[in-house]
Design a protein around this ligand. Sequence first.
Ligand code: G1P
Length: 289
Amino acid sequence: MKISKAIIPVAGLGTRMLPATKAIPKELLPVVDKPVIQYVVEEAALSGIEQIIFVTRSGKDAIENHFDGNYELEHILETKGKKRILGSIKNMIPKNIKISSIRQEKALGLGDAILNAKHLLNQEPFAIFLPDELLISKNKDSSFFKMMNHWDNTNQGQIMVQKINKKFTKSYGIVDLNNKKIKINETQEIKKLVEKPNPVDSPSNYRVVGRYILPYEIMEILERTNFGKDNEIQLTDALDNLLKNTKLSAFLTDDDIFDCGEIKGFIGANVAVASKDKDLKKYMENIIN
Ligand code: G1P
């Protein structure tokens, strides 16, 4: 079954980026000339996603406004003949993409945020994009697009993973692959999932990246998932439970991944994206040297 819907949770407080995020949602901080969230929406659209569901909260309306029309601004740019800039705000996403948003009432964790979108899924399998993570692919097709091909060929849920140094396992969901290795852009069956284990207890050094393709059943499991790590409803716990009846694959990416929810990753993303432009790269080199 084709994946056409994606959930993008955007209800986080952005505490790691304060004071910058006191009045501005972290998802709208710019990476060069576009907000972080726009890269993620483009990544989804380019992989065939047609419906995007933001799980948001009060005070973050600016995210919805960003993807909405702004008639006054468009009119001014039009009368001034500023066609290039007008194009950049008018055709941000393909016309066939529909964006809707719902609210997460309480900050009960990622699992709860995802569960909020249950009624909009029509019992279909769906994708999840965690927008803090900006993925820069080494070639034309995104890793998500490649992961989507694995879903199309197998109809088996997919979780993107990245190889990390074991000392960082405490920051991520970790997959147990029964000691097997994965080749880049290929998959391996997941035996277990653990949220943020200590390095000594970690079943592998493959960490969960914020990109998932999941069967609808995960929603039913989330409904009965209790509070887990950090007293939050963890998506990882529900996924581990899903494994009792359903197979899930880990898909290995070799993308450069930047966590834009913290300062180093945010700066890294800006440098990486700016480096793709010859002029900006030269400008940055002059500053640093
Ligand atoms: C969440 C997930 C974790 C995953 C991570 C990826 O954690 O719970 O399993 O590895 O996203 O970004 P968070 O970063 O919200 O603490």
